[in-house]
Design a protein around this ligand. Structure first.
Ligand SMILES: C[S@@+](CC[C@H](N)C(=O)[O-])C[C@H]1O[C@@H](n2cnc3c(N)ncnc32)[C@H](O)[C@@H]1O
Length: 302
């Protein structure tokens, strides 16, 4: 399930996400700068790269009352600010990566990404891939990169549940890639976990694929007995349980996982969590410093 704004705008909360991303990428490349000869290259892979620049939905103009056709159905959006998307955030850090891979399956967005190749010229090595992110990641990790001498950060920031657990496993298996993941608990997962527990089969399959296990059901629902027999109900803390379970699975796959940073929309509703996972404690130290700054679920990192 995914929710993509039709007008290509982003919500103001995207800034919090992108600031955290920029801070971590700066930390990462600074840390790896003087590693010596063993390190032959660093890669930033943006798997759901989006456009280079997005108008921010900053405020709503008041709806006009009583016009010829009645009240305006929708308030007009006023856009007064543009936000650099994740590709530009990564390209503009002080110590750049050796190369950048930007993936987006949308042809218009891929064209925007190609424009970055021209704009940044020889100063940055950019590869644009117009394809499904999961297929492109599979090809990349299997494609002959010498992971003993290369390090990478993969940013996985889709609109919904487009990153199956099988992709996470492939990235973790390299022991050389760190991930920063948008865990879409509010904006996608909870929408499928209906109160009654009667989840359509297609949605169940999506959840199984996303989590790589059917155990989400046991975490999100319980069976209670009343006068009329057993009844399935959703547990009140399903969000916290699913988040902790997913973090635990990331820790097992990568070795280390950060605190999850909650991103809310302007109405205060939880949208998603940003989570870092990777094979090295030094990465965790930086990620923890950055991701524990916002609102978060309190948990000990490992
Ligand atoms: C949330 S936006 C990315 C925003 C961007 N990371 C940023 O912060 O500036 C998600 C992007 O993923 C792309 N997308 C959606 N499904 C995809 C898939 N399966 N493979 C590759 N790109 C996909 C969409 O076209 C969209 O541009």
């Amino acid at each position: 399930m995914s929710k993509r704004p039709k007008d290509n705008t982003v919500g103001p909360w995207a800034k919090e996400k992108l600031d955290a991303l920029g801070a971590y990428l700066n930390y990462y490349t600074r840390r790896l700068k003087n590693q010596g000869h063993w390190l032959k290259g660093t890669v930033f892979l943006d798997a759901f790269a989006g456009p280079g620049l997005s108008p921010v939905r900053t405020q709503e103009a008041p709806a006009t009352k009583g016009g010829l056709f009645g009240d305006d159905a929708e308030a007009e959006k006023v856009q007064v600010e543009f936000l650099k998307g994740s590709p530009r955030v990564a390209l503009d850090i002080a110590n750049p990566f050796t190369s950048y891979i930007f993936i987006d399956m949308d042809p218009e967005r891929a064209a925007d990404l190609h424009a970055l190749e021209v704009e940044y010229g020889a100063s940055r090595r950019i590869i644009v891939v117009e394809a499904d992110a999961n297929a492109a990641i599979e090809a990349w990790v299997a494609g002959g990169v010498d992971w003993r001498h290369h390090r990478a950060v993969a940013f996985l920031d889709p609109f919904g549940m487009q990153v199956p657990w099988s992709t996470i496993e492939k990235l973790a298996a390299t022991r050389a890639i760190e991930v920063i993941i948008n865990f879409p608990l509010g904006m996608a997962i909870q929408r499928l976990l209906v109160r009654s527990g009667e989840i359509p089969e297609g949605w169940q399959m999506s959840l199984n694929t996303f989590f790589g296990s059917p155990d989400w059901r046991e975490l999100a629902y319980e069976e209670k007995n009343d006068l009329f027999g057993g009844k399935v109900t959703k547990v009140h803390d399903s969000s916290a349980r699913l988040l902790e379970w997913y973090r635990g699975r990331l820790r097992k796959a990568f070795g280390h996982v950060s605190t999850a940073r909650l991103i809310r929309n302007t109405r205060g509703n939880p949208l998603y969590y940003l989570i870092w996972a990777g094979p090295h404690r030094a990465g965790l130290t930086g990620a923890e410093h950055i991701l524990s700054k916002g609102e978060r679920v309190r948990n000990s990192p490992a």
